[in-house]
Ligand binder design. Structure first.
Ligand SMILES: Cc1ncc(COP(=O)(O)O)c(C=O)c1O
Ligand SMILES: N[C@@H](CCOP(=O)(O)O)C(=O)O
Length: 524
């Protein structure tokens, strides 16, 4: 059978039952758990809904309903930009309504929440609030990001929010994969890629585009939103901008992203520039362009994005009934996400929702491993690199903008950095797929890190471990086709499963099947 031909052929108006904490809690509610939801006994932190909702007013949209239910109480929560990891005596800060990406010294920014205001509610309050919003269609809390609105963008008007009800992604118990390949029984895959545009970027983009929507309504000079991308940021940006009627401009490294990723911004009406460079070159260009033109920068250099992405960490805790796992493994490229996970976990600890945070592992492709090399050098002087081609194309990044955030996060949680060769990541992806998943190569990188840490005895068989799957496997079918076709130079493709070509003849089909069933030790 010629492998190259393998895939040729087929390839209410004020509803008393409305949770009061869906609105901004008024100062008078401070120090109390949610009240008047209906009934709850003294020790029971779980609100029990008793009354029946009136039929919805069919002429209302969910935005109209949200307007009707809006609290008139003063919103006690707020957030601002501050220099990332600023010394305690720093007074530098900016309103989130300012267009600013860097601190005065040129460093990164961070979104700082008024933690004192948030702390006026105890951990049980926040757990109940977040739990009460899951699985509903209430605007905007049906979103896994906006269900944590008070911790994300507390001051934005619900009307300005641009959401596809992202988040609330599947936390998949990888039972078969864990048992078969790792002797683990508590292994989970957080499928952030099973989402609106097929990657975790939706979580951050809903926040960023919502804020842009607000800025434009305030007549701030934002004519469009732009990003450099390895394919997922551009897909998310173009979709959310299209939904809001905001122009989007994307800089893509020519011939370095998958066809499925390329077609996303094209279909969503973005202005697409295919640039003869790599991601780092595109990133440099978009930074220069956004400094000159009223185009808002949508990459994770912009700390707003990370406020949405951190909700995936909160969601993991929530899905484990507010118990922290031992390990969370995240593939890293531009390195915003590893910090976002740390930030989400840390906020939950600081606000009393959990008593500890997991250790984080950042996994990089060996062909694009500047963080790994930095870690291995004992965090001595960081050296950007020119990243080589990798099947994990969305993390082919040599000069990550969030390097400082990543190092900080990993140091704070006793984190680890691992790497995966091309063969390792492709094998891991194929192994995962063979147990019923359909993951992307970046998740293959994270699974390789898990294989290595299990082998070294760092991760124990019973450790509750979460691997973050960052994109949908359907965006990366060509790499799977190549692997299963065994056409990748210098790769054994040990787990390939090519189709068998057979004549349309009963005898021939029976022969092939008997051979197969025999090899599988299956009795017909
Ligand atoms: C699918 C996928 N996985 C992982 C990453 C890495 O995320 P980060 O750049 O935040 O490190 C990216 C983007 O960089 C991505 O698109
Ligand atoms: N993988 C990313 C790379 C850019 O990352 P960002 O989080 O800084 O936007 C992409 O898909 O473009």
């Amino acid at each position: 059978m010629a492998s190259s031909s393998l895939f040729n052929a087929s390839l209410s108006s004020l509803n008393p039952n409305q949770h009061p904490i869906r609105r901004h809690p008024s100062p008078s509610l401070l120090r109390h758990r949610p009240v008047s939801i209906s009934c709850s006994d003294n020790n029971n932190t779980t609100p029990i809904e008793t009354s029946v909702k009136p039929p919805r007013r069919t002429e209302n949209t969910i935005r109209d309903d949200a307007r009707l239910h809006r609290s008139t109480a003063v919103n006690p929560f707020s957030a601002k930009y501050v220099p990332f990891n600023a010394p305690p005596n720093s007074t530098e800060s900016y309103s989130l309504d300012e267009i600013v990406y860097r601190s005065r010294s040129g460093g990164l920014l961070d979104v700082e929440h008024d933690m004192e205001a948030l702390k006026r509610f105890d951990g049980a309050y926040w757990r109940d609030l977040f739990d009460s919003r899951v699985g509903k269609s209430t605007w905007p809390y049906g979103s896994g990001v906006w269900s944590k609105k008070e911790w994300v963008l507390p001051e934005i008007d619900d009307d300005d929010i641009v959401s596809a009800f992202e988040g609330n992604s599947n936390l998949f118990w990888a039972e078969r994969f864990g048992k078969r390949f790792l002797e683990m029984n508590d292994l989970w895959v957080k499928h952030c890629g099973i989402s609106h545009t097929g990657s975790f970027k939706d979580l951050g983009m809903t926040v960023l585009v919502s804020q842009v929507n607000r800025l434009r309504k305030m007549n701030r000079p934002v004519v469009g939103v732009g990003c450099a991308s390895t394919g997922d940021t551009s897909a998310a940006l173009s979709a959310y901008c299209a939904a809001a009627g905001i122009p989007s401009i994307v800089f893509l490294p020519a011939n370095k992203i998958s066809m499925a990723q390329l077609v996303q911004p094209i279909a969503n009406g973005a202005f697409v520039l295919s640039i003869d460079s790599d991601f780092d070159g595109c990133m440099k260009l978009i930074r220069e362009v956004t400094a000159e033109l009223p185009i808002y920068l949508a990459n994770s250099l912009n700390s707003l994005r990370l406020e949405g992405q951190k909700t995936a960490a909160i969601e993991i805790l929530q899905q484990f009934d507010w118990q922290a796992p031992e390990w969370v493994i995240v593939p890293g490229g531009n390195l915003g996400n590893i910090y976002a996970f740390y930030k989400g976990f840390k906020m939950c600890q600081e606000l009393g929702l959990v008593d500890r945070i997991p250790r984080l592992v950042c996994a990089q492709a060996a062909n694009a491993n500047p963080l790994y090399l930095h870690y291995k050098s004992g965090w001595k002087d960081f050296k950007p690199m020119t990243a080589s081609t990798t099947f994990a194309s969305a993390i082919q990044i040599g000069d990550p903008v969030s390097i400082d955030r990543a190092v900080y996060a990993l140091k704070q949680c006793d984190g680890i950095v691992e790497e995966a060769t091309e063969e390792e990541l492709m094998d891991a992806m194929a192994q995962a797929d063979s147990t019923g998943m359909f993951i992307c190569p970046h998740t293959g990188v994270a699974l390789t890190a898990l294989f290595k840490l299990r082998k070294q005895g760092v991760i124990a068989p019973t450790d509750r471990t979460v691997v973050v799957s960052t994109a949908h496997g359907l965006k990366f079918t060509q790499s799977k086709v190549d692997y299963h076709s065994k056409v990748i130079p210098d790769m054994a493709c040990r787990f390939s499963n090519p189709p068998v070509e057979v004549k349309a003849d009963f005898g021939a089909v029976m022969d092939v099947l008997k051979n197969y069933l025999g090899s599988q030790k299956i009795r017909a």
